[in-house]
Design a protein around this ligand. Structure first.
Ligand code: ADP
Length: 285
């Protein structure tokens, strides 16, 4: 299920003194099964873009084709877009409202008009993916859980719709390190085991470096960089000019290189740094 975004422009409050061009002629293609990170400073247009991909917003001009279907056309129903594209908003746990976890996760699949046994199967699968035991948690109130667990329930609610494309807006924001790692691990599994196309909006270069095959950088409503992490993280000046940065460990590797260590410049994760440093010290010993 490929996504083709063609010359997308979105202007908020057009024709008023508050007019704002949030997307400016954006063209991007995303292939089935890709894991794409969308990064950019606040106000760069990331949320506006992802809300077009799940049909919440319509463009002023341009279009989006998902597997050849023009989802920006008025004839396409929102419900058919929702079947293909799941969107996990920022702080999705604020949208939990049912008295039990099972009922909350069932909400989306029920709206798809599925039979009860199919809904239960989907709830079980979704809870397994996010690491919550069905029997232990299904009858609990979502409000009894920790922040990280609540968020996993909210993500399970979207995952249970079994979309081919999953968009997550800052899914680790505000979580402690353990909560962050759990969520990142769940997302990596979703991508690997279900071959979902994932679009991850993130401020954390560390998260992006760990997971993404490809990075899109937004600035002032335009996509200014598009490439593999190794290519994007080499663009330190451009990233810093638009208020972004490379992972902290990449800065460390560059400093070590400047100091004369024979270290690769393509260090973007702690694990890569660990391997590289161990091999350097082994050769020195
Ligand atoms: P990001 O997600 O990267 O922070 P947004 O897509 O939210 O960026 O915003 C892009 C631009 O559009 C910003 O200048 C923002 O102020 C403006 N904007 C976003 N939503 C609205 C809205 N509902 N009404 C008017 N302007 C908006």
């Amino acid at each position: 299920m490929s996504i083709k975004i063609e010359n997308l422009t979105h202007i908020y409050m057009q024709g008023t003194p508050f007019e704002k061009k949030a997307l400016d002629n954006v063209s991007i293609e995303i292939n089935e099964g890709e894991f794409v990170a969308l990064i950019g400073h606040t106000g760069s247009g990331k949320s506006t873009l992802i809300q077009h991909i799940n049909g919440l917003l319509k463009p002023n001009s341009g279009k989006i084709l998902i597997d050849g279907l023009n989802i920006t056309s008025k004839e396409v129903k929102l419900s058919s877009i929702r079947k293909m594209v799941g969107l996990v908003f920022q702080y999705p746990e604020y949208q939990l409202f049912e008295e039990t976890i099972e009922k909350d996760i069932a909400f989306g699949p029920k709206n798809l008009g599925l039979k009860d046994n199919e809904i239960t199967d989907r709830i079980k699968r979704a809870m397994k993916i996010v690491g919550l035991d069905y029997d232990e948690y299904k009858d609990k109130s979502p409000f009894e859980l920790s922040g990280g667990q609540k968020r996993r329930v909210a993500i399970a609610g979207v995952v249970a719709m079994e979309p081919k494309i999953l968009i997550l807006d800052e899914p680790t924001a505000g979580l402690d390190p353990k909560g962050r790692d759990d969520i990142l691990c769940n997302i990596a599994n979703l991508h690997k085991e279900y071959n979902m196309t994932v679009i991850l909006v993130s401020h954390s270069m560390e998260d992006v470096a760990k997971l993404a095959d490809r990075i899109l950088v937004m600035h002032k409503g335009k996509c200014i960089l598009d490439g593999k992490p190794s290519v994007i993280f080499n663009e330190i000046d451009t990233l810093e000019n638009v208020g972004l940065a490379v992972p902290q460990v990449t800065y460390l590797a560059r400093k070590l290189k400047e100091k004369g260590f024979n270290i690769s410049e393509e260090i973007f994760t702690i694990n890569q740094a660990k391997k590289e440093l161990l091999s350097i010290f082994k050769t020195k010993i």
